[in-house]
Design a protein around this ligand. Structure first.
Ligand code: HEC
Length: 132
């Protein structure tokens, strides 16, 4: 019984990593709450992350519009999406998010998103970055 439950859990975790067979991630229910909790303080239209990059995380349209330099979410390709790369610490340390300043995250002064949150955002992008 116990081992049956474990293998079921293992299968779900495996699927999330592969982002092929997991449940549909919802922008409104799964992704937006993460942005509101961890990003909006700087990426709202009156805040510093917006002032310096033009990137607002306030709603779906803004997320898809990206920064002054162009989109940061490329539907179906998390690995081409700057938004995914900065939260998964796959960029140069100065721009790991949150919170960006002066290598803060790389030097342990910030709190990264949890693995689960990062995987959820990655899966949302790889499922087509829909407004769902
Ligand atoms: C403490 C403030 C702060 C927080 C919190 C923050 N950011 Fe940022 N973010 C910034 C600043 C400032 C910039 C502009 C960086 C620059 O111009 O070098 C930025 C830029 C960005 C960029 C553009 C990077 C580029 O160079 O194209 C992305 C994408 C981004 N942030 C995503 C996020 C996400 C996602 C979160 C939440 C998980 C987040 N940020 C949380 C301050 C913040």
């Amino acid at each position: 019984m116990a081992s049956k439950q474990f293998s079921k859990f293992g299968f779900v975790a495996f699927c999330i990593v592969l982002s092929g067979c997991e449940r549909q991630i919802s922008f409104a229910d799964d992704v937006q709450p993460i942005f509101l909790a961890s990003c909006i303080e700087c990426h709202d239209k009156s805040a510093e992350g917006y002032a310096s990059s033009g990137f607002s995380l306030g709603d779906y349209e803004s997320v898809m519009k990206g920064t002054n330099f162009g989109p940061v979410v490329i539907a179906n390709s998390s690995i081409s999406s700057t938004l995914y790369l900065v939260i998964a610490s796959k960029t140069s340390p100065e721009i790991h998010m949150p919170p960006h300043h002066d290598n803060a995250l790389a030097e342990g002064r910030g709190t990264p998103l949890s693995e689960h949150q990062i995987e959820m955002i990655q899966a949302w992008i790889d499922q087509g970055a829909q407004n769902n």
